[in-house]
Write a protein that binds this ligand. Structure first.
Ligand code: ADP
Ligand code: MG
Length: 478
């Protein structure tokens, strides 16, 4: 029987604020264990939480970017449970009134664009970290992460394949980085995801019973975990079994989801209630408008502009909007020069290879916009061919910082020569060297022109200016 896979995701995003969600402790990743702590992070009795303005601003910013309704009066709740890395005995989160409601994120699928609806985005804090693998008989606790601000994005069960989940996570990572609320670095746990998966016979309206795969820590693993779990459920139904609602964990090394954390029967009752130590969060109209006004142009808007107004291909526009630094660089380059394709080519080819080679992100590029601008102008001036410029001059840009691209080209003797005397000598030598080819050309095989061009280029070490060379060759070949 054919089945349909149904997936909903809960994505935790760690915000890149300086301080924690409810106190001034350092919120940055890492650090010697238990150095980013205070009585608040440690949950000492009698301490009071103080909400972080940045967390509220970032939640609002991301909500606006994802088309959510901002809940201008929202509040925090306590989610009560016992765990060693949660010394307060509860997590401060949002339950009844999250800060963002609804909205959606659009992904590209084989069948075109698809909007995945969001249920909500709410603010909460992270727990500390229990470390069980340092000693066979002891566990350790590191509270540096305790109280670090998080956003949890909850989607509706709109995803229908592991590939769609992969596309959604990729898009969400792009957006959180784009609007600057998180580095989206999955290795450092800045983005983690719980995958809810169920299957149903194709055509059935009701959803099947779901299992939740907790804390998947990479986009690729989310895809693999979903594929494995969906297959497990299909095999179970096909062999006459039944899916029971469970929370499971993904084993990335052995690629399976067969670690059962808990059954629904022993599901937690968290006894949520409004956090009594924090007054309701009120976001005024002015504040909301200020955050909206500060929102950068979003990738989908830039994509539309790049393809429609600037005439670039979807392929080019996709790459140019892959992250904000790349889009900003392209916009900066295309401000002074209307040759958009030249700027796009420069970014997509030599700049991307250079960054890849260095293992750098786009925002780490160490060549100034002005340098790149005059590099494009050098090619446009026909003094150097694009191929030579990319191969020989571009790699020198970050090395010869005090020289202009033109000076670098001159220094390397790469300036193209359209001088008649210079070209005639070379063209005549080439024609003299290949009398039989010349005869074939004159009998009508005009395609040989390319061969002669190549020979002149070789003989001139790439310096023969192509247009003048082409004309001269035609003349001399008759
Ligand atoms: P809980 O709070 O118990 O985890 P929710 O109803 O809030 O449950 O759902 C959490 C996530 O599970 C959401 O992303 C939702 O889209 C997804 N989900 C709910 N029902 C299903 C289902 N039958 N199959 C797949 N995903 C589901
Ligand atoms: Mg859940």
């Amino acid at each position: 029987m054919p089945y349909e896979i149904v997936i909903g995701l809960e994505i935790h995003v760690q915000l890149n604020t300086l301080s924690k969600a409810f106190c001034a402790d350092d919120a940055s990743y890492g650090g010697e264990p238990n150095t980013h702590i205070s009585v608040v992070s440690l949950g000492h009795p009698g301490t009071l939480p103080l909400p972080n303005k940045k967390q509220i601003e970032y939640a609002t910013r991301l909500g606006l970017a994802m088309g959510c309704t901002i809940n201008q009066s929202n509040f925090f709740d306590r989610k009560n449970y016992f765990y060693a890395d949660l010394p307060k005995g509860y997590q401060i989160t949002q339950d009844k009134q999250p800060i963002c409601i609804g909205g959606g994120v659009t992904i590209k699928t084989d069948e075109g664009e698809k909007m995945i609806r969001l249920t909500r985005i709410h603010m909460e804090e992270d727990a500390g970290k229990s470390i069980h693998d340092l000693s066979p008989s002891q566990s350790f606790l590191d509270f540096n992460r305790a109280g670090v601000p998080l956003l949890e994005i909850v989607t509706e069960p709109d995803l229908r394949s592991a590939d769609e989940a992969y596309a959604l996570l990729t898009e969400i990572r792009r957006l959180i980085q784009w609007v600057g609320v998180s580095d989206g670095n999955m290795e450092e746990g800045s983005m983690r995801c719980d995958c809810n998966i169920s299957i149903r016979p194709l055509g059935q309206k009701e959803y099947g019973t779901r299992c939740e795969i907790k804390n998947v820590n990479s986009i690729r693993n989310a895809k693999r975990a979903i594929e494995y779990e969906a297959n497990r459920q299909i095999n179970l139904l096909e062999s006459g079994g039944e899916v029971v609602q469970q929370t499971r964990s993904y084993d990335a090394v052995n690629n399976h989801t067969n670690i059962i954390l808990r059954d629904k029967e022993d599901a937690h009752d968290y006894r949520y209630f409004p956090e009594p130590d924090i007054p309701p969060i009120v976001i005024g109209d002015e504040e909301l408008e200020a955050i909206r006004a500060n929102l950068p142009k979003l990738p989908k808007d830039l994509f539309a502009r790049f393809t429609t107004d600037m005439g670039l291909s979807d392929y080019d526009a996709d790459i140019l909007t892959s992250d904000k630094a790349t889009a900003d660089l392209f916009l900066a380059l295309s401000q002074k020069n209307k040759n958009y394709k030249a700027a796009a080519n420069l970014i997509i080819n030599p700049i991307r290879s250079y960054l890849n080679e260095k293992g750098w992100e786009s925002n780490q590029l160490d060549i100034s916009v002005e340098k790149l601008q005059s590099f494009i102008e050098l090619i446009e001036s026909n003094k150097v061919s694009a191929a030579i410029a990319y191969q020989r001059i571009f790699p020198e840009l970050p090395l010869q910082k005090d020289k202009t691209p033109l000076q670098i080209a001159e220094g390397l003797g790469l300036i193209q020569n359209a001088d008649e005397d210079f070209l005639v000598t070379i063209v005549e030598a080439v024609i003299a060297k290949y009398p039989d080819k010349v005869a074939i050309y004159r009998k009508g095989k005009k395609g040989l022109l390319g061969f002669f061009m190549g020979e002149v280029m070789k003989a001139s070490k790439g310096k023969a200016e192509p247009k003048a060379t082409n004309q001269l060759l035609r003349e001399k070949l008759g």
